[in-house]
Design a binder for this molecule. Structure first.
Ligand SMILES: [Zn+2]
Length: 367
């Protein structure tokens, strides 16, 4: 259907290609051939993407402030110390997620191809974020303190701007062997599993833009339950076996609460479902989804910070099974390799869209 370009005029759902429309959003669509500049300007105009953009763009600054606040604590090692490599990888994961999401919502009306690629990258950054979380959990919320039975003391100590770990302990040999087995299993498979699941999720979500469109919101939401479950293993273990400090359970429950609410908004399409057209610009479910996912990230950040803060005191009565000090390879290296794989997946899906578009154009020419 040919659509005439009308500047500063937003379109109804019947005037844009079907794949651009969102359920129960009837108006406020931008023309799907905006220039880069027009997209930038549209951030300050009331379209059905404006709220989606700002809810994640402003969140970047709130997150960065809360993240950097940890380095103002008196006792922390220097910002570049290996102890903080996982924390910075967590930052990269969250920053990428929020920034790419906001940019995808801003620039997706440049063309149908760019729109598809924008959201492929969006799914990729969500997956990368789950691995960033896993790295932080692995090093700061490690289940090792739960392997208790012995009589030991285990502390992180700050000495001359270095963060050292010291362990003094006594424990029964059998307990040590059992704990070592659990620990080895966890240490070997946790991060690789998180990476594998992240790649599977990226592929599944990208697929929902080309097939299974009818159930796309359900699939995209459910597909991220898997990485959440895998990434949260250390926390489940800590909550089940202990030791748990006062904040771990409460922050984690709040983190889960916001995730559940965000999933409800994303699947149910409330409130626009009950009044199609009324929430086209402000207050529709995707904006609430963005808000709730950001709140879940904030609580996750507070949980990680509280664990880091508690490290010198929490690790009592534990075995000498401390995860090795983070290295560049075990943190940035993992993240970089993952990003390369995700880029490969996005490239494949992007090529598929290009080929489909080519075939569509050829068919039109022939008919
Ligand atoms: Zn979004």
């Amino acid at each position: 259907m040919p659509v005439k370009r009308r500047n500063s005029h937003l379109l109804r759902h019947t005037e844009v290609p079907a794949r651009v429309t969102e359920s129960f959003i009837l108006s406020g669509y931008r023309f799907p051939n905006y220039s880069f500049l027009e997209c930038l300007v549209s951030a300050f105009q009331p379209t059905n993407e404006t709220g989606n953009f700002w809810t994640h763009f402003l969140a970047v600054f709130v997150f960065a402030f809360n993240f950097l606040e940890l380095f103002w604590w008196d006792w922390t090692p220097s910002v570049s110390h290996p102890f903080f490599y996982p924390f910075w990888n967590y930052f990269i994961g969250v920053f990428g997620l929020l920034m790419v999401s906001s940019m995808a919502h801003l620039f997706n009306s440049m063309s149908l191809l760019i729109r598809e690629i924008c959201f492929f990258i969006d799914y990729g950054t969500i997956s990368a974020y789950t691995v960033g979380s896993s790295l932080a959990y692995f090093y700061y919320i490690h289940p090792k303190p739960a392997f208790t039975n012995g009589n030991a003391s285990d502390t992180w100590m700050l000495k001359d701007d270095t963060y050292e770990h010291s362990v003094v302990m006594q424990y029964p040999l059998q307990d040590a062997k059992d704990a070592l087995l659990k620990f080895s299993f966890f240490e070997t498979f946790y991060i690789p599993s998180a990476c594998l699941v992240a790649l599977i999720c990226t592929m599944a979500c990208c697929n929902t833009r080309q097939r299974w469109r009818r159930y796309r919101y359900v699939i995209r939401t459910l597909v991220f339950i898997l990485p959440f479950t895998v990434a949260s293993t250390p926390i489940f273990y800590r909550l089940y076996v202990g030791p748990v400090n006062g904040t771990l359970a409460s922050f984690f429950l709040r983190h889960c609460f916001w995730l559940v609410v965000s999933a409800v908004f994303n699947i149910s399409k409330i409130p626009e479902r009950f009044s199609p057209g009324k929430f086209d610009i402000w207050g529709h479910s995707h904006q609430w989804f963005h808000f709730c996912t950001f709140m879940s990230i904030l609580d996750e950040l507070h949980m990680i910070k509280a664990e880091i803060h508690g490290l010198p005191t929490i690790r009592e009565s534990t075995l000498n099974l401390q995860p090795a000090l983070p290295t560049l390879w075990s943190t940035y290296g993992v993240m970089f390799a993952l990003q390369c794989c995700i880029a490969g997946i996005i490239f494949c899906f992007g090529m598929r869209v290009v080929m489909d578009n080519k075939k569509g154009t050829e068919k039109k020419k022939m008919s």
